[in-house]
Design a protein around this ligand. Structure first.
Ligand SMILES: O=C(O)CC1=CCC(=O)O1
Length: 91
């Protein structure tokens, strides 16, 4: 099942740089692990914002939630999920 996921990251401005860098390093490692597993086939930066647009390919919304909520930056992200269905005109 495909999901369009929009993530906006909002780190507290007073978060120490070491803590922010650790979160970003762990986020990258986990994101790449999920991509290698084939469950995160598209990950795009939104130009000009600390945000991304992604496509996830997972079994269901429960699996998606499990993956998203395990991301190190999850507590600092505003996440919007849209379930995708096949368009009848798609070829
Ligand atoms: O930088 C971001 O958009 C947040 C993020 C999600 C996966 C990743 O590696 O970074």
């Amino acid at each position: 099942m495909l999901f369009h996921v929009a993530m906006e990251v909002r780190l507290p401005p007073d978060m120490p740089a070491d803590q922010a860098n650790d979160l970003k390093t762990r986020e990258k490692a986990m994101a790449q692990e999920i991509q290698r597993a084939g469950k995160w086939p598209q990950l795009w930066r939104v130009a000009g914002r600390y945000a991304n647009i992604s496509i996830f390919d997972v079994a269901d919304a429960d699996e998606l939630h499990t993956l998203l909520s395990a991301l190190p930056l999850f507590p600092y992200m505003d996440v919007r999920v849209t379930a995708l269905a096949r368009h009848p005109s798609a070829i």
